[in-house]
Design a protein around this ligand. Structure first.
Ligand code: UDP
Length: 245
């Protein structure tokens, strides 16, 4: 397992939270986990870890199950949301395995206790893991139905004292309209929380944005599809959108 590296002056952040959707782990498949894709993202995380950055991760569950999907099929919403939260635990375990294959110490920490599988969420304990350079993968969202993993990401980032939340997506930032559908879509270099909320730009859901705004937590939206991109983004290089106050 790797030793704790010295904090590097190359990056401006000491502690960050990386939020990725479950769909980012499925590669070109329509469902589930694509191990080479999980391994590629783990390698990106390792590159950042090697610079001495303390890393939290929140991974969604949309590649397996979303609560809204279940409730649209007649399932009670809360039950469907619990299923979605369990899906995030599977993704977290897959990411843990991929990081451990790279000799990075990790902990999966679940908002819903499941002691045989992973740790329960205890804030002080999680902070201590970060101080020891263990990557903390927060699973099961907030533990509550009617929320999303974006909100869980903002919440954990604030609780852990992260300096920023990095949201990896399929595009290199926030656009005024879908750049995959419209050639004239305009990318924002920076945007305020309120603008993103008012324009309903689908950066993150409203509760996540409001939590970030109320706690002055910058959100950096970038593309996860750019190989080696994460380290560059942490150095402030490359293309991204910064959401700020
Ligand atoms: N979920 C929930 N509470 C939370 C976080 C997630 O109920 O605090 C459920 C919800 O059903 C959601 C699913 O887990 O649809 C998967 O999370 P999300 O949709 O955020 O995943 P992503 O879109 O990031 O892959």
């Amino acid at each position: 397992m790797s030793d704790a590296p010295n904090p590097s002056s190359q990056v401006k952040y000491k502690r960050v939270l990386l939020k990725i959707s479950g769909e980012a782990l499925m590669g070109d498949q329509g469902y589930g986990l694509h191990p080479p894709t999980v391994a590629r993202i783990a390698a990106e995380v390792k590159a950042v870890h090697d610079l001495g950055v303390e890393i939290c991760m929140v991974i969604g569950g949309g590649n397996i199950f979303r609560g809204l999907q279940g409730s649209a099929q007649g399932m009670e919403r809360t039950t469907a949301d619990y299923m979605g939260m369990l899906a995030t635990v599977m993704n977290a375990l897959a990411m843990q395995a991929a990081l451990e294959a790279l000799r990075i110490h990790t902990r999966v920490i679940s908002a819903i206790p499941m002691d045989q599988v992973c740790e329960p969420y205890i804030r002080r304990r999680a902070v201590r893991h970060l101080e020891k350079m263990r990557v903390c993968i927060f699973a099961a969202g907030t533990g509550n139905p009617f929320f999303t993993t974006d909100t869980a990401g903002a919440l954990r980032a604030v609780e852990m004292g992260c300096e920023a939340i990095f949201k990896g997506t399929k595009v290199d930032g926030i656009y005024d309209k879908d750049p995959k559908k419209f050639d004239d879509a305009k990318r924002y270099d920076t945007i305020t929380y309120d603008e993103a909320l008012i324009k309903n730009l689908k950066v993150m859901d409203a509760s996540a944005l409001a939590l970030a705004r109320d706690n002055d937590l910058p959100i950096i939206v970038f593309s996860l599809d750019e190989p080696g991109g994460l380290v560059g983004i942490l150095r402030g290089e490359g293309r991204f959108t910064l959401v700020h106050g």
